[in-house]
Design a protein around this ligand. Structure first.
Ligand SMILES: *Cc1c(COP(=O)(O)O)cnc(C)c1O
Length: 355
């Protein structure tokens, strides 16, 4: 740390992204990216748009918002576009949480929530998930705090039914409830339609997982127009051009071929259920995932050893050195071929260790 780093940030613990190795050709099942490249139309749109990079991007993302609105069945006034959904989550914390409206979220969830809370110096409380890693809805009823819930949750993959989300939203009318739907296209039911009914609900989404654009950085928020206006105040106070021209046209091209991406989600769901069965056959305990990853443990081998052994064999999965989930690994669902290799490698490891 330099002597110039301000005291307010000196204890800030930044988010630790999953490994993005540049050396070996790993089978990458560690950061929940899509195994499928974006359709050809994305490259074409980007090439065409490159000629206009001398001009700033549209801060209002008019065309893109219209297309998102159409796909989600809402109005474009109800949408804000951001540089990944991480950005809209940060904007929401800035806009809707402070010392008075403190944050609560589960103890096991997306690692960026405590980081953004720390960055913005917002006190937060982590509510333990139940023993089976599900959320106890009662913990969030009438708490009068700003609530953040990833649904499906990460890294568990568990989905909380919409009735439960609605109860939480209804019972905290004086606070914003943020539902992070990064993984909603893999089997959950979106809360977007509830944003028409409740003025305290903000749903966030991303093009990173189901729409193959993790590297482009594109996310969005859906809410009542007043909430969106507040988020825009934060956006225009930090970076009005947060969505660059290339990313905007990539996002538009993706939405023009939405069926291709939703069909990829179907394949991933199939591969997920295939992998789950295979892991169970090998003696793993696997949570019921509604996302593009599985959260699994095996009594025969501890989580960290499995992660390290698979890495030696060229397969990257995600292990979290965190209490309660040490035994587990999070395995991103890739292509059928990738999942077959994963299972093969686990079998090899078990054989070598005579398990
Ligand atoms: C991946 C992820 C995000 C955000 O990803 P972006 O790439 O910033 O859009 C948000 N929430 C959860 C739970 C995630 O796993």
């Amino acid at each position: 740390m330099s002597k110039f780093f301000t005291e307010k940030y000196s204890s800030l613990e930044p988010y630790a992204p999953g490994e993005q190795p540049k050396d070996l050709q790993y089978i990458k099942l560690n950061t929940n990216e899509s195994p499928f490249s974006p359709a050809e139309s994305v490259a074409k749109a980007i090439e065409k748009e490159a000629k206009s990079l001398n001009l700033y991007s549209d801060p209002e993302c008019v065309t893109l918002r219209e297309k998102v609105a159409k796909v989600l069945g809402v109005k474009s006034e109800n949408i804000i576009m951001t540089n990944g959904s991480d950005e809209v989550i940060n904007f929401a914390f800035m806009a809707f949480a402070d010392e008075k409206n403190t944050l609560i979220f589960p103890d096991i969830t997306y690692g960026f929530y405590p980081v953004f809370a720390g960055l913005n110096r917002i006190p937060y409380q982590e509510i333990p998930l139940k023993d089976d890693f599900s959320i106890d809805v009662n913990d969030y009823i009438g708490v009068n705090k700003t609530i953040v819930i990833a649904n499906p949750n990460a890294p568990t993959g568990l989905f909380l039914p919409l009735e439960d989300i609605e109860k939480i939203v209804l019972s905290n009318k004086d606070n914003v409830v943020i539902i992070d739907e990064a993984y909603i296209d893999f089997g959950g039911e979106s809360a977007v339609k509830l944003t028409e009914k409740y003025d305290n609900l903000l749903v966030t989404g991303t093009f990173s997982k189901s729409r193959s654009l993790a590297g482009a950085r594109l996310g969005f928020g859906v809410a009542n127009e007043k909430i969106i206006n507040n988020l825009n105040t934060i956006k225009y106070s930090t970076n009005p051009y947060n969505v660059n021209r290339l990313t905007a046209v990539a996002g538009e091209a993706v939405l023009d071929e939405n069926d291709y991406y939703m069909n990829n989600c179907k394949k991933i769901i199939e591969n997920r259920e295939f992998t789950k069965c295979k892991l169970q056959e090998l003696g793993f305990e696997v949570l019921n995932s509604s996302a593009n990853f599985l959260f699994a443990k095996c009594d025969k081998i501890d989580g960290k050893t499995l992660y390290l052994k698979l890495k030696e064999k060229g397969v990257l999965i995600r292990h979290f050195d965190k209490e309660r989930i040490n035994d587990y690994n999070r395995i991103t669902i890739g292509t059928k071929e990738q999942m077959e290799i994963l299972i093969q490698k686990i079998k090899e490891i078990f054989k070598e260790k005579q398990l």
